[in-house]
Ligand binder design. Sequence first.
Ligand code: CP
Ligand code: NVA
Length: 300
Amino acid sequence: MENLLSMTDAKDEVQNILDIASKLKSGEINDKALTDKYLGMVFEKSSTRTRVSFEVGMQQLGGKALYLSSNDLQIGRGEPIPDTARVLSRFLDCIMIRAKSHKTVEELIKYSDIPIINGLTDKEHPCQTFADLLTIKEHLGDFNKKLVFVGDGNNVCNSLLLGAAYTGMDMTVACPKGYEPDEEIFALAQEEAKKTGSKINIESDVHKAVEDADVLYTDVWVSMGDEEEAEERKRILKEYQINSQLLSEANENAIVMHCLPAIRDEEITDEVMTSSQSAIWDQAENRLHAQKAILYLLLK
Ligand code: CP
Ligand code: NVA
């Protein structure tokens, strides 16, 4: 794996990344593998978990991370991405970027000589998927399970579809018409799922979707960049909330996941977030271990 733009880049490394993450978490791998390595973290959008997990992770592995807000970089004043890529490649060993547009990351990859990690775009959030898969493995033991993603078929959902297909996990996206995941990614996930023997589908009836679910997963209805559609989204997505009633319709020991940040009483209730079935806080912690594993693989 040279870069992590999409989950497709990690297709052959999924198990390996999860193994490294588990070993980093347990302390079985405990070397300062990235001593003297520098990670640049470019942000065009806000972040808590991605920023802190990469910065702490880099430090724990012996390296250093630089927070680079796009507002303060010359890209904020129009310096072209290719020039930024060429110059940052001379200073740094790796760049993690959270970009408004997926195309920006594609362009950065094209003109950089160092590994580029997608820390979220409008299309995908692969770093989140690794933390999610690690959490599912820890809580449920294996991927012979059914995950139901409830709500907006967004960037988080897109990467998770590929993650499910590659690990052989069944995944249903419960969403209203018009809020389906990316068409191309969905088709690819279905094709990959055939090889691993899992089922990937979309179901607009949320109650039907959660039958036999082992994991209920949701994310905000209004992602960063969708703010102008906020009212319409809240109206159309209002039936797609993970609450105690919906949770009771899933398998008895089902876990609840959310990538965070969450908007209480929109896509999820506080009661569910803080219930014994919530894996949300472990999931957030696992961003650290998963991000370290990705850095370890790309930079060691
Ligand atoms: N889940 C996630 O990426 O969180 P942040 O936006 O806080 O980084
Ligand atoms: N779908 C959300 C995820 C935030 C981590 C967004 O893009 O804003």
